[in-house]
Design a binder for this molecule. Structure first.
Ligand code: SF4
Length: 481
């Protein structure tokens, strides 16, 4: 699923402390590896021991930074950010890193992936006037700036402020001397720690491919509820500022289903292999139905919707003994447009991104693996596209259970009232998207395939079981069947 009604990731964060390295260029590379997590804006803050220079703008990483910009950004430490807005509008002011200069001459910069669920309370505590809070990250930064107002050190202030924050937050911060990574007590969003050896340094990033691209080796995940502080001497301290909150792993299950890169290692497992197992499991739970009369001689082709459906299709084909092939080509050069799409553009959404391989599809009974259905409009366009390309039948298999409840932890689902699975049964959805058959992976099947070394996943949008208080009352009583 990859169209106008796709789930959208909130952000990617990156940080590096490596004296002697070209940290701005490495941060550029790291952000480039995290581009899929946010395509509205990009930015970095670079420290040279005296100044903390922030460069940020709307657009893709490659649009925001030029050779010229990077050449001017020298330093030993940098943090960076790619953004898709969930709280706060898509404006330059909300691009990150957020930066604060303090009265005593101090400063800090912060990059945030996730979504705070108590922004109003944080803003009130920081004394911000209603209407002046541009985003959840802005409220957190303001509270932190106030805590540092009396000359307090960034880490000390952070340890005092963090227990006030609720919801999802994977953060990178710097005061110009230290690199800090933070993961909320549930670990909704991923964050990992890596090491460079030439020159010596440390890297913190949302996903492990951002370590690979800068030549850093994966050391470990930042633990839920952990603050990692890398000092100027490259020492690493691990702090736990959430007293009384037992770390409870609740990594977003959609990181494995859809958001994360296939080459990312999450919970100790490479995402590509996990997606293959989702397909294998679907083959057992929902094999292809018998051919319609007249289609008995049509060949079967198992195919995936690029990108996340491809490994799942491989797994489905392997487990079912059916042939695997490609049926769609993705246009890789589509960035996020800043112009709100009109209905005509929405209707063309799938055609702009995906084009069918007609010779593979023609007269075939297709088993199409995709990751999710949000509003249903994209899936409907996809089925039409495949039929127009000559498919004899289209059987859609989804590698997650029906998406029924809104996310409060950093994923934009659009209008919660438009979640099709909250309104319609699976059979009604099948009729709406005009597929020959439709099946979703069961929640047991999903959890069976994603369970990693440490287990524990958020499945709130699939089950309605929110791991934390959420801003509006939502529960089983008001939930769809
Ligand atoms: S509600 Fe869904 S999308 Fe949001 S963090 Fe939980 S699993 Fe992920």
């Amino acid at each position: 699923m990859d169209g106008a009604d796709a789930l959208r990731e909130a952000c990617g964060v990156f940080g590096i402390l490596a004296p002697g390295a070209a940290v701005a260029r490495l941060t550029y590379d790291g952000l480039y590896a995290l581009q899929h997590r946010g395509q509205e804006s990009a930015g970095m803050a670079v420290a040279d021991g005296t100044d903390l220079t922030v460069v940020k703008d709307m657009g893709l990483v490659t649009n925001v930074f030029t050779e010229h910009t990077l050449a001017a950004l020298s330093g030993h430490l940098a943090i960076g950010h790619t953004r898709y807005s969930t709280t706060g509008s898509s404006t330059w002011a909300n691009a990150q890193p957020v930066h604060r200069s303090l009265a005593d001459g101090g400063h800090f910069a912060l990059g945030h992936n996730g979504n705070l669920t108590n922004t109003t309370a944080l803003a009130e505590k920081a004394g911000m006037l209603p209407g002046t809070v541009s985003s959840d990250s802005d409220a957190l930064a303001e509270l932190l700036a106030q805590a540092m107002g009396g000359g307090a050190d960034l880490v000390t202030s952070l340890l005092n402020v963090l227990p006030e924050a609720e919801g999802a937050f994977a953060l990178v911060l710097t005061d110009g001397q230290r690199l800090i990574g933070v993961r909320d007590p549930h670990g909704f969003r991923p964050l990992c720690l890596g090491r460079t050896t030439s020159p010596d340094g440390w890297v913190i990033a949302s996903e492990s491919p951002a370590l690979d691209i800068v030549g850093a080796s994966f050391v470990r995940d930042v633990e839920p509820g952990e603050v990692v502080v890398v000092g100027e001497d490259l020492s690493v301290r691990s702090l736990r500022p959430f007293p009384g909150v037992p770390p409870e792993r609740k990594l977003c299950v959609f990181e494995l289903v859809y958001f994360a890169r296939p080459d990312s290692v999450l919970e100790g497992r490479e995402v590509h292999g996990v997606r293959q197992r989702m397909g294998e499991r679907l083959a057992a739970e929902a094999p292809i139905s018998p051919p319609r009369p007249g289609n008995e001689s049509c060949p079967v082709l198992v195919m995936g919707v690029p990108d996340s459906g491809l490994p799942a299709a491989e797994g489905f084909a392997r487990a079912s003994g059916l042939p695997y092939g490609q049926g769609l080509v993705k246009n890789r050069y589509i960035g996020r447009t800043f112009i709100s799409p009109d209905q005509g553009q929405r209707d063309r959404g799938v055609r702009r991104k995906l084009n069918p391989l007609r010779e593979n599809i023609r007269d075939a009974r297709l088993v199409v693996l995709d990751d999710s259905i949000v509003r249903g409009t994209t899936s409907r366009q996809l089925v039409t596209l495949l039929r127009n390309a000559g498919a004899a039948e289209v059987h859609l298999r989804i590698t997650s259970p029906p998406y029924k409840w809104p996310c409060f932890y950093g994923i934009d689902t659009g209008d919660p009232n438009e979640l099709i699975a909250a309104q319609k049964s699976v059979e009604e959805i099948r009729q709406f998207i005009e597929a020959d058959s439709l099946a979703y992976l069961s929640i047991e099947g999903l959890l069976g395939t994603v369970r990693g070394n440490d287990g524990g996943f958020c499945t709130a949008c699939l089950t309605g079981d929110y791991p934390t208080e959420v801003p509006v009352p939502l529960g089983r009583a008001s939930s769809p069947s």
